[in-house]
Design a protein around this ligand. Structure first.
Ligand code: C2E
Ligand code: MG
Ligand code: MG
Ligand code: MG
Length: 270
């Protein structure tokens, strides 16, 4: 009896795996055609400063308009794109698209593009960024690339070189989701970041967690001695905005100001 149950469970398990594997393969096939079928979009979320209360830039966030499944968020396809290598073509598309779009913005704002660690480790990254700038005519200081702490973990010298090559092009570099990874604050001195984006989990927890607030303070405190701007991510309320200003954050992003929108619908005045 037990043996039979065991086998049934095993068969059920393999069936489950089969269903999952098939779903994954079908998504991979769909993703392979997404760019050529014109299903990818970039949505733009405003980034504001505290003093002038103006929109200084936008973060480009990828959305997949799937023909039958509708809108698919990056959390559902970026990991698969990274595993399959499709991130290289998706990422290249995003860079070109974002630069061309930003070039049209009358306000001259910056555009921030997320780089996957997989892209960061690719030797063609620098010529890719160079090509996007050249073909779009976008001034390099209007492009910002966002990378996460994970790229700093291994191959430190190689990574510093890549960051320096990016800086040499004149683009800005932001460290995204800061606080969620493993790098220590002192570590930041070795890398040429223009901005640090505090992960939104800290902003979310700030009001009832002393620890979250202490981390925000440590980051803003250190940024004053280095020449680094601090962006608060995921600001959802006036209370959070006021508090973060008081703590020394200089740039802000979150639903309180505006949600990611297609370029033509994006928020342009506050
Ligand atoms: P991220 O780079 O940290 O982007 C910020 C995420 O927080 C976005 O989610 C944004 O919609 C969301 N967000 C902004 N303000 C608020 C807020 O006030 N409250 C809440 N709850 N969320 C807020 P999204 O668009 O789903 O993107 C998720 C992640 O997917 C991004 O995190 C980024 O890591 C990745 N991603 C998005 N687009 C790209 C891309 O073009 N290339 C790569 N490699 N990764 C991308
Ligand atoms: Mg980002
Ligand atoms: Mg982030
Ligand atoms: Mg994030």
């Amino acid at each position: 009896e037990a043996k039979r149950n065991g086998r049934n469970r095993y068969e059920y398990f393999t069936q489950e795996m089969d269903v999952q594997a098939r779903a994954r393969r079908s998504m991979e096939n769909d993703l392979r055609e997404a760019i050529t079928e014109n299903q990818m979009r970039l949505y733009y979320q405003p980034i504001t400063n505290s003093e002038q209360h103006a929109i200084i830039g936008y973060e480009a966030l990828m959305r997949w308009h799937h023909p039958s499944k509708g809108l698919i968020m990056p959390a559902e396809f970026i990991p698969l794109a990274e595993e399959t290598g499709l991130i290289h073509s998706l990422g290249a598309w995003a860079l070109y698209e974002a630069c061309h779009e930003a070039k049209k913005w009358a306000g001259g704002q910056t555009v921030s593009v997320n780089l996957s660690p997989v892209q960061f480790k690719n030797s063609t990254l620098i010529s890719l960024v160079e090509g996007a700038l050249r073909e779009s005519g976008l001034e390099p200081w209007r492009l910002e690339v966002e990378i996460t702490e994970s790229v700093l973990l291994n191959d430190t010298l190689g990574n510093i070189r890549t960051l320096q090559n990016l800086k040499a092009l004149g683009v800005l570099i932001a460290l995204d989701d800061f606080g969620t990874g493993y790098s220590s604050l002192s570590y930041l001195r070795s890398f040429p970041f223009d901005k640090i984006k505090i992960d939104r989990s800290f902003i979310n927890d700030m009001s009832d967690s002393r620890e979250a607030l202490a981390i925000i303070r440590a980051i803003t405190g250190m940024s004053r001695s280095l020449d680094i701007q601090i962006t608060a991510e995921g600001v959802e309320s006036r209370e959070q905005f006021d508090k973060l200003k008081e703590e020394g954050c200089t740039l802000f992003q979150g639903y309180f100001f505006g949600r990611p929108q297609p370029s033509e619908l994006r928020l342009t005045v506050l």
